[in-house]
Ligand binder design. Sequence first.
Ligand SMILES: CC(C)(COP(=O)(O)OP(=O)(O)OC[C@H]1O[C@@H](n2cnc3c(N)ncnc32)[C@H](O)[C@@H]1OP(=O)(O)O)[C@@H](O)C(=O)NCCC(=O)NCCS
Length: 154
Amino acid sequence: MRRLVIETDVLDVNSTYTYLLMATDFADTTIVADRDGDLCGLITGYHPPSRPEVLFVWQVAVARAAQGTGLASVMLDGLVERVRLDRHGHPVTVEATVAPDNAASRAFFAAFARRQGVPLVEEPRFTAADLDVDQNHPDEPLLRIGPITTSMVD
Ligand SMILES: CC(C)(COP(=O)(O)OP(=O)(O)OC[C@H]1O[C@@H](n2cnc3c(N)ncnc32)[C@H](O)[C@@H]1OP(=O)(O)O)[C@@H](O)C(=O)NCCC(=O)NCCS
């Protein structure tokens, strides 16, 4: 998982230990895709402890060779469906922070909101100063998508 994140050249790279935690303790809210045994996609996420109705999407990565084929969308649709089932059909709201200049990520979340037929709202979240005292990191405003109340497979 860490190698795939490095390959994106865009995402912050976390420790192998962090990805092990996502693959174990946070496996219910994390999804990966593999092709012939090679990991080619991942979404890591969690439920904020005080807001279990929220699926916070932390990192989304698709291997370069698989980008533009709909893989990230298939993973997010599948993950949200799984989380809805785990929550016995209760509504789920997807949240993520996205840098203003990450066009691919913004298009990906906008397309998800359109498929679900729910609003996407944006508000301030982490600022450059929060993320890096030298301010070499862009702001990460929050995207909130939902609430998703119906299943796409119903
Ligand atoms: C962002 C990312 C995960 C998208 O993965 P993907 O599998 O290529 O995405 P999909 O094929 O499912 O496309 C989803 C939507 O985003 C759009 N999109 C994908 N890449 C795009 C790009 N580079 N520029 C503009 N739109 C793009 C697609 O056209 C599609 O929209 P549509 O349904 O309206 O046609 C992938 O580009 C990636 O790994 N980028 C590097 C890591 C990153 O930035 N992650 C941040 C995500 S939080």
